[in-house]
Ligand binder design. Sequence first.
Ligand code: SF4
Ligand code: SF4
Length: 375
Amino acid sequence: MTLKQRLKAKALDLGFEDAGFTTTEPLDLYVKEVESRPEMYNWVMTEDFNLKRGANLSQKHPWARSLVVLIRNYHRRRFPEQLIGKIGRCYQVDERIEKDMEHQRMVDFFDFLKNQGIRFQFDEETPARMSAARAGLVTYGKNCFIYSNNSMLGASWLESIPILLDAEIEPDEPSIEIGCPSWCKNACIAACPTGALYAPKKMNPFKCIAFNTYYGDGITPMDLREPMGTWVYGCDRCQEVCPRNQAWTHQDLPENQKLKDRAADFQLDTLLRMNEDHYVNKVWPLTFYISRKNIAKWKMNAARALGNLGDRFYVPVLVESLNDSPDEVVRGMCAWALGRLGGSQVKKTLETHLPKEKGLVAEEINLALSKMRPL
Ligand code: SF4
Ligand code: SF4
C-alpha cells in the first residue's frame, strides 16, 4: 500500500466517512470570494483570526507538502425532537469541549500520523469546505454547504477537517463545483427565513440566523426577530429543505440517548429561567460559541423564541423575567415576546411595568404596546 492508501484506509477504519488529498497551493477561489465581499467577511480577516491568511497554505506553512481532508458525519444518530428547529444539528454533537467518541477518532488519527513519522498540523484558519472540494470529496450546494460525493447518501450533514502534512502525497481530482440537480429551483434560497441566502452560493452572514444567535452584541435587530423563529443556537433550515439531504435525514437512524437525556436542559423556558450553574455546567460545554459570561444572550434568544412559538402558556415565565432579569436585553426581548403573544392581561402587565423602566426596555415596552393586537 502507498502512504496515501494507508492514510485513507486508517481514516475509514476509524469511522471517518471519507478522506481526500490536495496540494498546499493557495485556495485562490476562496480568497477571491471573500475579497469580493469585504463588507461581509472582514470580521474573519482580523489579526487574531484570518481565513485569508489560512487560505495561503504554502505561505503560512512552508514546511507542509500536502493536505489530507477528513469527512466526519455528524448525523449518525437521530436528533431529539425537542431540539429540532431550536439548536443546529452540528452543535448538538460538538465535542470540542466535552471530548467524547468523535474527539477520540481525531486523537487516534493524529497518533497514527505520529507513528508514521509524519509531521502534521490542524489549523483552524484553513478554509475547511474549499479544502474538501479541492480534495475531491464534496460539491457545493447553492446554500453554501458542502455535500459528500462518496458517502452519507450525498448529504451535507458533515464536517470537513483539513490537516496539513509534511509528506508529499498525490492530490485527488478537485470537485469545486455546484452539485445541485437542475430540477431544484433554489429551495434553500426560498426557505431562508431572513433572506441571508440572497443568490446561489451567496450568503450574508450578518443576516444569517446562526450568526445572530451566537454572535453580535445587544438586542436582536427588530427585522430579524420574527424570521428567526424558534432557533436559539444555529439554524438548519436551508439544509433541512434541501432535496439532496432527504434520503439521509429520513432514514430510521438509531437514537442518541445521551443527547435525548440532555434535551430538557435546553428547553426554551428552562433556558430563560436558568441560573449560572445550569448555564456553565449544562449548556455552555456543548454550545460554547457564546461566552461563559454571556448568559444574557442565551436568555434573550430563549425569550425571542418563546415569543415566536406563539404559545400563551409561556406568558408567566416571560413576565417573571421581565420583572426579575438584571439584563436589559433580556427584559427588552421579554417585552417584545409578550407583545407578540398579546392579550389583555399582558397589556396590563406591560403598562404596569413601564414606569419602572427607562432606555431600551421602556422603548421595547412602548413598541410592544403600540403593536399589540386586540384579542
Ligand atoms: S442557516 Fe438559516 S438563516 Fe442562515 S442561510 Fe441557512 S436558512 Fe438562512
Ligand atoms: S435546496 Fe436545491 S438549490 Fe439549494 S442546495 Fe439543495 S439542491 Fe441545491
